[in-house]
Design a binder for this molecule. Structure first.
Ligand code: HEC
Ligand code: HEC
Length: 217
């Protein structure tokens, strides 16, 4: 981890320096610590789908701050992010969370899976699997899975790799901190195949649906 940071930090800073003249206004508000985040989460805060680095742009500020505290105190157990979050002070966490919450999400969804996987993914996301006690994802994450308020983060704009990894993390207890254990409960009821199908379907959704086209449960 230490070695990684020493290599990446100067690189990230050099990139920032090079971009200085052309940077969008939002960079002016970037806290200095964000320079060590862009190697994985991107200058646009949209992460890296193939690597499973999540989107941070436009996530609720309180949710982002909570997650950084969880990585630091082990509530959320991830070697990479624990190493990143532990050295951050409380004001740095607040500044980073505020910065990423304000970044506008961008980018294209992943290709839609075909056949039975797509049908099953859509069923779980929009209607759930009541026989097995799995509520529809959109019941909590909102129409279009664009997120609701401070507690229910958006799922659109996250990659299938990341979504799948999170469900597995709740199952095996390496991710905790979810209010009332809501996601732990949902995750325990999902099979691995269901997890993969719904993750791939969600990753193929557009970033934001207009109110009128929002999916109905
Ligand atoms: C070396 C790559 C790497 C770097 C650098 C990095 N992250 Fe991460 N980040 C990850 C990975 C991987 C995850 C997913 C961890 C998991 O599965 O629990 C993650 C997850 C997160 C999450 C949780 C997002 C969510 O939707 O729950 C936040 C918040 C976050 N990172 C913030 C930061 C910030 C702020 C920085 C800079 C101080 C940073 N990260 C630097 C790889 C990185
Ligand atoms: C009963 C409400 C509820 C339902 C139903 C629900 N979720 Fe969640 N979900 C939550 C909450 C609350 C969080 C935030 C957890 C936290 O703050 O740690 C969350 C977070 C997540 C995250 C983490 C996002 C991130 O950025 O790290 C993923 C992935 C996720 N849910 C997937 C799903 C999927 C897939 C479904 C449908 C199969 C689903 N959820 C159904 C309440 C729910």
């Amino acid at each position: 981890m230490r070695q990684f940071k020493t290599i990446r930090r100067p690189l990230a800073l050099a990139m920032l320096g090079g971009l200085f003249i052309a940077v969008p206004a939002s960079w002016a508000a970037a806290p200095p610590e964000a320079a060590s985040c862009i190697a994985c989460h991107g200058a646009d805060g949209m992460g890296n789908a193939a690597a499973g680095y999540p989107r941070l742009a436009g996530l609720p500020q309180q949710y982002l701050a909570d997650q950084l505290h969880y990585f630091a105190d082990g509530t959320r157990n991830n070697a990479i992010m624990s190493g990143m979050a532990k050295p951050l002070t409380a004001p740095q966490v607040t500044a980073l969370a505020a910065y990423y919450a304000k970044l506008k999400p961008s980018g294209k969804p992943s290709p839609m899976p075909t056949g039975a996987a797509a049908t099953e993914g859509e069923r779980l996301a929009l209607r759930g699997d009541w026989e097995h006690g799995i509520p529809a994802c959109i019941r909590c994450h909102g129409p279009g899975a664009v997120g609701v308020g401070a507690n229910f983060p958006p799922l659109v704009g996250q990659s299938a790799v990341y979504i799948e990894a999170q469900i597995k993390a709740w199952k095996d207890g390496s991710r905790r901190g979810d209010p009332l254990g809501m996601m732990h409960t949902v995750a325990l009821r999902m099979t691995d195949a269901q997890t993969q199908d719904v993750a791939r379907w969600l990753a193929a959704q557009p970033l934001a649906l207009s109110k009128t086209s929002a999916a109905k449960p």
